[in-house]
Design a protein around this ligand. Structure first.
Ligand SMILES: Nc1ncnc2c1ncn2[C@@H]1O[C@H](COP(=O)(O)OP(=O)(O)O)[C@@H](O)[C@H]1O
Ligand SMILES: N[C@@H](CC(=O)OP(=O)(O)O)C(=O)O
Length: 418
């Protein structure tokens, strides 16, 4: 059994879905589970629908949703002939699911509605993909992952109930010769059948969950890049291709914000020693990156840049030293608000916390922290992280930048700059 994951970029056009089917055909000699994300930027568009709905702008929400609807219908029309009616029936059910909800008035928290709306992206894309594969002679079973992935009700970043999910996965998926399953990444459901999501870009994680439970031979994540590179090639055209990486290295990269693999993806694979291949869907003959338990030496400097960072300066109100009570209160707040700081630096009477600029969370954190600290906020910062750095690359990459904060270990340097 192998697991493949195709992200939004690999299903964002008719041609790319056709290319995906070619890849599946090439690898279909053995049982395959295919995890698919929402097409292109559909999740972002659905977020706008949820926001308009929650702001009481029903007509705007319906209008925005209609654009998404038409995009999916157009794609289905281009791709499908014999399977079109069956696909249309399935898409229409999902459209109705959202439209009913949008006609209601919000009575619960935003995150609940967010998940009920946003999960549709993956349901729509997989319906189209599954029917297209069938149309090209690749018989497959479409699975609603919400019947399999059971989560708690922590909407927008739900946690997996591994016991239930394992039993359901083994029930739903059989490793028979020729078996081909298509299902959604990123989404799940609670005991009450409410849809949940696992956190943005969470489809990689779904794929790792399936690979772990099914004891897959490998997981392949198909991307629009040659493999994992030493930096985002969109921002750094000179980035180097990395043929092999260890699980631990990729955990570090994801932790520091590399956008290439979702941070939760690695552990389920590492625990079972399942190799992760990151391959290019535009050219499946390229070898791609292999990520495994094997240590990889002599890596080049690996660069991660996170923009839109905020720095909170927290100073003790009476100029007393920052003690364990204050630090413990701060970490409790991170946990309560589900905040993962990008960087923390502790001084004698002050603490500095660098975070992603999520306005809602920053406001709540700043308000709660002001009970204990004097709080100041600095915005529009970027956080540069270099793993396996050397003096030359550090100098080159920080030239001309106003440095706000620097943190350095033997392996990793981080520079927050304006
Ligand atoms: N270190 C890296 N190596 C390769 N790609 C990276 C890296 N960091 C960021 N990226 C970006 O990740 C993108 C692929 O991820 P993403 O767009 O989320 O794909 P998908 O939609 O398939 O999940 C690439 O186009 C590239 O710009
Ligand atoms: N569609 C979701 C989940 C995901 O993983 O997408 P992608 O594989 O395109 O990063 C998102 O955009 O967050």
């Amino acid at each position: 059994m192998k697991v493949f994951k195709f992200g939004g970029a690999s299903v964002n056009s008719v041609e790319r879905i056709q290319q995906m089917a070619r890849i599946v055909k090439e690898h279909h000699q053995q049982p395959l589970v295919i995890i698919v994300s929402a097409m292109g930027k559909t999740t972002n568009a659905l977020e706008k629908v949820a926001e308009a709905f929650y702001a009481g702008k029903k007509d705007e929400a319906l209008q925005l949703f209609n654009v998404i609807k038409q995009q999916h219908l157009t794609t289905a029309k281009y791709l499908l002939v014999t399977q079109f009616n069956a696909c249309l029936a399935q898409l229409s059910d999902f459209f109705t699911e959202v439209e009913w909800l949008l006609h209601d008035k919000p009575v619960r928290g935003f995150d609940y509605y967010y998940d009920q709306v946003v999960c549709i992206g993956e349901l729509l894309s997989t319906a189209i993909v599954s029917h297209y594969l069938a149309e090209t002679g690749l018989a497959n079973e479409w699975l609603d992952v919400r019947d399999i992935i059971r989560t708690d009700s922590h909407f927008r970043s739900a946690n997996i109930n591994w016991g239930y999910t394992t039993a359901k996965t083994l029930d739903a998926i059989e490793a028979q010769p020729g078996a081909l399953y298509v299902t959604q990444g990123f989404i799940g459901a609670t005991d009450e059948n409410e849809s949940t999501t696992l956190g943005r870009e969470g489809s990689d994680y779904t794929a790792a969950i399936f690979a772990n439970i099914l004891d897959a031979e490998s997981l392949t994540i198909w991307k629009d890049v040659e493999g994992v590179m030493s930096a985002d090639p969109k921002a750094f055209p000179d980035a180097q291709f990395l043929a092999a990486l260890s699980f631990n290295e990729v955990i570090e990269m994801a932790y520091y914000g590399a956008q290439v693999i979702h941070p939760k993806t690695i552990k389920p694979l590492q625990n079972k020693g399942i190799p992760l291949h990151v391959k290019c869907f535009l050219n499946s003959a390229l070898p791609g990156t292999v990520i495994s338990s094997k240590a990889v030496k002599n890596l080049p400097p690996i660069v991660v840049v996170k923009n839109n960072q905020v720095l909170l300066h927290l100073r003790s109100q009476d100029f007393s030293f920052i003690g364990e009570a204050a630090v413990s209160r701060l970490y409790t707040l991170f946990s309560e608000l589900n905040i993962q700081p990008s960087l923390i630096q502790t001084g004698a009477i002050s603490l500095q916390v660098c975070l992603d600029n999520r306005a809602d969370k920053i406001e709540q954190l700043a308000a709660a922290a002001s009970a204990v600290f004097d709080v100041q906020l600095e915005k529009e910062l970027s956080l540069l992280t270099i793993r396996h750095y050397n003096a030359a690359i550090l100098t080159a990459m920080t030239a001309g930048k106003e440095q706000v904060l620097v943190q350095q270990t033997k392996q990793t340097v981080q520079v927050l700059y304006k």
